[in-house]
Design a protein around this ligand. Structure first.
Ligand code: UGA
Length: 430
């Protein structure tokens, strides 16, 4: 497994759990040394245990590389980062191609080189060219095996996936990959073998479709507010149609994270380059940006149109619960403009405060718990639906506040009971 980051570590530990012998290699010596001591550098529920157990059992090792360990491998996965390139939205493939160049001289015997990072159509073929140019005599195939892991439930997603997609060009490569995923046959997971380009595009199309579902329901939520409908009733009514499905129809402050925003921007770039209009994808991007603006407006309106000198307590900063990831978190788009308008913000997050501090204005104060956030606040804004905020002692929150405004951007609470408690409650689409 080349790259001991998020995807590499989760995949490496899970393959080891399946019974494979895995070596995760990384260029960062500190990271490798830490992992050898059992220090997992990211927050993902269950990952530390899984890494430790498989390392103790001798199936999971860590090394600086890629180096000699590539020679003994049947499959080499490239799971390095593909950040959005500054300026143009393209995925930055530098690390992928460097990994290919570095692993090529170490190949021994037949090997399948598999791209696992999310990469644009054509990348696996370019990896093939690089390896072939570097080692003309090497016996290898390339394959694409995109991951569909969600942060916060990555291990469950890996162990019980809806499907596994294998982009392959040779029966030999397909057989090796199927063998690796064989434990999933027990739970009858569909394992789909396709061409390489189809596998690469399946990943982008899936993320773009899910993001579109979110933007769609967010626009319907705004329409609900304008017409007196309740978005949850509408989403339930829609979702019971099996063709639509109920998942990913939860309104909120817009999608964020390390995947959706980056991947749909990349897909839109690919479409422009190939001269194929991707109007729906572009509209999804625009609708998501508009949703953040709408959330700022919601907070402003709840405070009678002006946030200057208002004290706002914020619950949750990460882009979703069960992660410390702040990348493209809605809070980073909603809060700074309010600070510019003079709002005084206190915030809490169970995991993300350290990461958030680096990105939020210096005047944002961080609190030890949700009740400290509420102290003296004119409004409390629930940004991320952490479990810790689902069972708040609401009377304690209310009594700690100066004002009565509760803006629930994740619709965690019931409007009727919040009003009974004396809050001026504002949700999304209700
Ligand atoms: C997403 C996909 O769900 C994974 O299948 C994919 O593998 C991954 O990207 C990736 O490409 O690596 P992730 O970004 O971890 O996973 O998070 P999601 O749970 O999908 O949530 C993304 C965003 O959408 C969050 O900001 C979340 O709050 C928002 N969301 C999600 C909604 O606003 N409403 C919903 O109904 C669902």
């Amino acid at each position: 497994m080349v790259g001991a980051g998020y995807v590499g570590l989760v995949s490496g530990a899970c393959f080891a759990e399946f019974g494979a012998e895995v070596t995760c290699v990384d260029v960062d010596p500190d990271r490798v040394a830490g992992l050898r001591d059992g220090a997992v550098p990211i927050y993902e529920p269950g990952l530390e245990d899984l890494v430790r157990r498989n390392a103790d059992d001798g199936r999971l090792r860590f090394a600086i590389g890629p180096g000699a360990e590539v020679g003994t491998a049947d499959l080499v996965f490239i799971a390095v980062g593909t950040p959005a390139r500054r300026g143009d939205g393209h995925a930055d493939l530098r690390h992928v191609y460097q990994a290919a160049k570095k692993l090529a001289p170490n190949l021994r015997g037949y090997t399948v080189v598999v791209t696992k990072s999310t990469v644009p159509v054509g990348t696996a073929r370019e990896v093939h060219r690089i390896v072939r140019d570097t080692r003309p005599e090497a016996d290898f195939d390339v394959a694409s095996n995109p991951e569909f892991l969600r942060e916060g439930s990555a291990i469950e997603d890996f162990m019980r996936p809806d499907r596994v997609v294998l982009g392959v060009e040779s029966a030999r490569a397909e057989a090796l990959l199927r063998e690796l995923y064989r434990p999933l046959n027990l739970i009858e997971t569909p394992i789909l073998a396709t061409g390489i380009e189809s596998a690469e595009l399946t990943k982008y199309a899936s993320n773009a479709f899910l993001a579109t579902k979110i933007s769609f329901i967010n626009e319907i939520a705004a329409l609900c507010e304008a017409t007196g409908a309740d978005v949850h009733a509408v989403a339930r009514g829609m979702g019971l149609d099996g063709r639509i499905g109920r998942k990913f129809l939860h309104p909120g402050p817009g999608f964020g994270g390390s995947c959706f925003p980056k991947d749909i921007a990349a897909l839109s770039r690919i479409a422009v380059e190939r001269n194929v209009p991707a109007r729906i994808v572009e509209a999804t991007i625009a609708a998501n940006a508009a949703q953040r603006g709408r959330m700022r407006e919601k907070i402003r309106n709840a405070l009678d149109g002006d946030v200057e000198d208002k004290r706002i307590g914020v619950l949750g900063l990460t882009f979703k619960p069960e992660t410390d990831d702040m990348r493209e978190a809605p809070s980073l788009h909603v809060l700074p403009p309010l600070v510019d308008e003079g709002a005084r913000i206190r915030a809490h997050d169970p995991q993300g405060m350290e990461a958030a501090a680096a990105h939020l204005p210096e005047t944002v104060r961080f609190c030890a718990d949700p009740y400290e956030v509420a102290e003296g606040a004119d409004a409390v804004v629930l940004m991320t639906e952490w479990n810790a905020y689902r069972g708040l002692d609401l009377e304690r929150v209310r009594d700690a506040m100066d004002g009565r405004v509760f803006v629930d951007l994740r619709n965690v609470y019931e409007p009727g009971s919040m009003r009974t408690l004396g809050f001026r409650y504002v949700g999304v689409g209700r």
